[in-house]
Design a protein around this ligand. Structure first.
Ligand SMILES: [Zn+2]
Length: 150
């Protein structure tokens, strides 16, 4: 019996159908991974110049302090030009989108469409589908993934 091998085009179509049915994962910052001081440095590093100056010497002693810094990124720094630029790596782009979502879980599909918009006009658009984003998120110790919003 001769069975014809599937064309690669067919296989690609079937794979993308499967991806569509897959529910997206929700991403948040994992507060337990690093000490408060290290987490603070991770955050101020991604702030705009003004917020960076303001927060660099601030004492952090609780999760609440950290959360308010993330809120500042969300309300200020993430809205400025250059927060995610043509030079930002995929991995860094995912981290910055999670921070920009403040302390609310953001799903991989929202990250995907946001990154696609931010990078739409670049000469070499990056592959930002949700599978890639979820893979990067799972490999990143600073990001927690969950299959639901809670
Ligand atoms: Zn700022």
């Amino acid at each position: 019996m001769i069975t014809r091998k599937k064309s690669s085009q067919q296989e690609i179509e079937e794979t993308s159908d499967m991806e569509k049915q897959d529910l997206p994962l929700y991403l948040t910052i994992e507060y337990e991974t690093f000490s408060f001081e290290t987490t603070k440095l991770n955050i101020v590093d991604r702030m705009c110049t003004d917020c960076n100056k303001e927060n660099l010497d601030k004492e952090v002693s609780s999760k609440k302090d950290i959360m308010s810094m993330i809120r500042q990124i969300s309300k200020c720094c993430s809205l400025k030009d250059g927060y995610i630029s043509i030079h930002t790596s995929m991995n860094e782009g995912v981290v910055r989108e999670v921070l920009a979502a403040s302390n609310k879980p953001i799903n991989s599909e929202k990250i995907s469409s946001s990154l696609r918009n931010r990078w739409a006009l670049t000469p070499f658009p990056k592959n930002v589908n949700k599978i890639v984003i979820e893979k990067l998120a799972k490999a990143n110790k600073w990001i927690a993934t969950s299959s639901n919003e809670a």
